[in-house]
Design a protein around this ligand. Structure first.
Ligand code: SF4
Ligand code: SF4
Length: 174
């Protein structure tokens, strides 16, 4: 026995629905409501007035890298390659050289980080046994017009300072 098919008459949209006029007017009223409210007082805007207003960077946030130094300004890094070995993006390249100041045997003579490859995972910071590499610069905007602008050299890494007080960084558990 075949199934009984019940055909329902198509209801269709009413004239009011087909015109969309009321919905368009309601939509425009919302748009202009926001427009004039923000024009008169923009304190409630959900956007940040960047770059005039910079975002607050929390201490645990991973920004552009830097290499830390001893109090006398010499590099802490001993070229142990732990960060390079642990980097999942393979974007750290270190060349070790002999250290002549007697602190350790080795130091980096070349240390580059390719920011175009970096995934900002922070493994390099975690892997470093000497707290020699950090991502506490608070730098979130890195711009350049050529590929080489995004490759940090040893001098760049040493020249950048941390954005936080030492006790805040330590307290932040980074
Ligand atoms: S943050 Fe991650 S990807 Fe970037 S250099 Fe460090 S280990 Fe490599
Ligand atoms: S930054 Fe740290 S982990 Fe990387 S080579 Fe230097 S001492 Fe080793």
């Amino acid at each position: 026995m075949g199934a009984t098919v019940k055909t329902l008459p198509r209801k269709g949209a009413s004239l009011k629905e087909r015109l969309y006029l009321i919905e368009i007017v309601k939509g425009m009223a919302t748009t202009f409501g926001h427009f004039f409210r923000n024009l008169l007082d923009n304190r409630r805007l959900y956007v940040r007035h960047y770059p005039e207003v910079q975002p607050e960077i929390p201490v645990r946030w991973r920004g552009r890298h830097r290499l830390t130094t001893h109090e006398d300004g010499t590099v802490k890094c001993v070229a142990c390659f732990m960060c390079q070995t642990n980097c999942p993006a393979n974007c750290i390249q270190i060349t070790a050289g002999e250290r002549l100041d007697g602190r350790t045997e080795k130091m980096p003579v070349k240390f580059t980080i390719d920011l175009l490859e970096c995934i900002y995972c922070g493994y390099c910071v975690e892997a470093c046994p000497l707290d020699a590499i950090r991502m506490d610069t608070g730098i979130f905007s890195v711009t350049g017009d050529k590929r080489s602008s995004f490759v940090l050299e040893l001098s760049d890494l040493l020249a950048t300072k941390g954005a936080f007080a030492e006790e805040d960084y330590k307290k932040g558990g980074a």
